[in-house]
Design a protein around this ligand. Structure first.
Ligand code: THU
Length: 137
């Protein structure tokens, strides 16, 4: 899938968001090395801490179906009552750590903006000095 297509899909997935507390809807689209694409949205909870971000939804769907190699993820976020995005989103720290468990430093994160624009950053840029399995040896 092209970067532009992946970004459009991430934006589209905002429609499934359950965000009655933050009123901020996020969509994500994750491309695996297999070529399969898994999508996600944020799913909030009245008790707050059980809430999950769009990126982790997409990753956990993919991982639970056997995927282990990932190429890129697109993320789009904005107020629930609008199709417009609030500038570009950046993944939260927890999602960055989940990405670092399964993805290399060159894993690409496409931060979607409106008007089909997006900014590409790498996981290394988003999470320098990541704690990883190596630290446990
Ligand atoms: N959120 C995401 O889904 N992804 C991000 O990268 C940042 C934040 C969600 C969590 C919560 O449901 C809402 O956005 C406001 O923080």
């Amino acid at each position: 899938m092209t970067d532009t297509e992946l970004c459009a899909l991430a934006k589209e997935m905002r429609k499934f968001s359950h965000a009655p507390y933050s009123h901020y809807s996020v969509g994500a689209a994750l491309e695996c090395a297999s070529g399969k694409v898994f999508t996600g949205c944020n799913i909030e909870n009245s008790a707050f801490s059980p809430s999950v971000c769009a990126e982790r939804t997409a990753f956990f769907k993919a991982i639970s179906e056997g995927e282990r190699e990932f190429v890129k993820i697109a993320v789009a976020g904005g107020n629930t009552d609008s199709d417009k995005l609030n500038g570009s989103i950046t993944p939260c720290g927890v999602c960055r750590q989940v990405m670092s468990e399964f993805c290399g430093e060159d894993f690409r994160i496409l931060l979607v903006r409106d008007d089909n624009e997006f900014k590409i950053v790498t996981l290394a840029e988003m999470l320098p000095c990541a704690f990883g399995g190596e630290n446990l040896k």
